[in-house]
Design a protein around this ligand. Structure first.
Ligand code: ZN
Length: 105
């Protein structure tokens, strides 16, 4: 089973600019070592900041394509996995963090 994506795990676009989670949709019920597990709404319409691509930088992330847990939900929202990937308006994005030692359930 792939590892869970934590709220602190870096997610970047294909040009290495950070994807900033949607504010206010994170959950605090399920944590690993005190860090909340990321959930689907955090990266659906997330903001990409400082993408260097020209002439069209990444600005917005679309809903994830992979890395959505089919087994684990928190407050009704699917948990995200380290296999997270998706499209931005001008590229792709993916989770960059090292694998956590905790696997999904
Ligand atoms: Zn980009």
């Amino acid at each position: 089973m792939p590892s869970l994506l934590l709220a602190t795990t870096p997610v970047t676009c294909s040009h290495e600019a950070p994807v900033v989670p949607v504010p206010g949709v994170e959950q605090t019920v399920l944590k690993v070592n005190g860090v909340p597990v990321a959930v689907l709404p955090m990266y659906t319409g997330a903001t990409v900041t400082g993408c260097p691509q020209q002439p069209v930088p990444c600005a917005t992330a679309a809903a994830p394509l992979t890395g959505i847990s089919t087994a684990l939900r928190v407050n009704g929202q699917p948990a995200l996995l380290l296999t997270l990937t998706g499209l931005t308006n001008a590229g792709t994005y993916k989770a960059q963090g090292p694998p956590s030692s905790v696997t999904s359930v």
